[in-house]
Design a protein around this ligand. Structure first.
Ligand SMILES: C[S@@+](CC[C@H](N)C(=O)[O-])C[C@H]1O[C@@H](n2cnc3c(N)ncnc32)[C@H](O)[C@@H]1O
Length: 197
């Protein structure tokens, strides 16, 4: 079984010759997601939920942008919980069992970055309605589809078309607004026609 352990995060996030993504890219994605949520909510974000957060790299970035934000990460990796669970506020859980955590929600910003393409079909379908329920403003759902060329971890990567993801996300009540951003059901109901992608 695939291990999301220290060696995994060293390999993909820290090894200078082999890592993917940079701190600058993460900072730009977070700034985008925060701005989108705040436009939708017409106020600063107060809460963020990060599903499949890994080492919770988003946590310090969100806290730098909005020092008052209440961050919660969810991840099944025992390594991530042991290393960052307390300092970054991560609880143990998987995508498919999200509902069993009984998270109060909604969260102003929900992040699920570089996760869903490693989640099997049945678990994806099980977790999506709960994810959508928890989105108070917007969700940042970064997913690589079979039409994309990307450099990254291909072990356990599930090939799905963009249309497949669109249809699953829409069925859960999410509405696309571009750049991996999705309006939650309430925000979608209030959005004007061309705010939707
Ligand atoms: C490539 S890492 C991305 C980590 C983090 N989202 C980020 O962007 O830094 C994939 C993460 O997905 C998590 N993951 C894998 N399968 C999962 C599942 N079924 N439910 C929730 N998280 C899962 C792993 O534990 C790992 O932390």
């Amino acid at each position: 079984m695939k291990a999301y352990d220290r060696a995994y995060f060293d390999r993909w996030y820290r090894d200078p010759g082999r890592r993917v993504g940079t701190a600058a890219e993460l900072a730009r994605q977070a700034a985008l997601a925060v701005a989108a949520a705040e436009v939708v909510l017409a106020r600063p974000i107060r809460s963020g939920l990060d599903i499949g957060c890994g080492e919770a790299a988003w946590c310090p970035v969100l806290r730098r942008l909005r020092p008052e934000v209440r961050y919660l990460g969810v991840d099944p990796s025992p390594y991530a919980i042991a290393r960052y669970g307390r300092s970054r506020r991560i609880v143990s859980g998987s995508f498919g069992s999200l509902a069993s955590l009984n998270l109060p929600g909604p969260y102003d910003l929900v992040v699920c970055a570089d996760v869903l393409h490693y989640v099997a079909d049945r678990e994806l379908s099980r977790g999506l309605p709960e994810l959508a329920r928890l989105v108070g403003g917007v969700a940042f759902l970064e997913v690589q589809t079979q039409g994309d060329s990307f450099t990254g971890d291909r072990q356990g990567w599930v090939r799905r078309t963009a249309n497949r993801y669109r249809s699953l996300f829409r069925r859960a009540g999410l509405v696309p607004c571009g750049l991996h951003l999705w309006l939650g059901p309430e925000a979608a109901a209030a959005a004007s026609a061309l705010e939707r992608a």
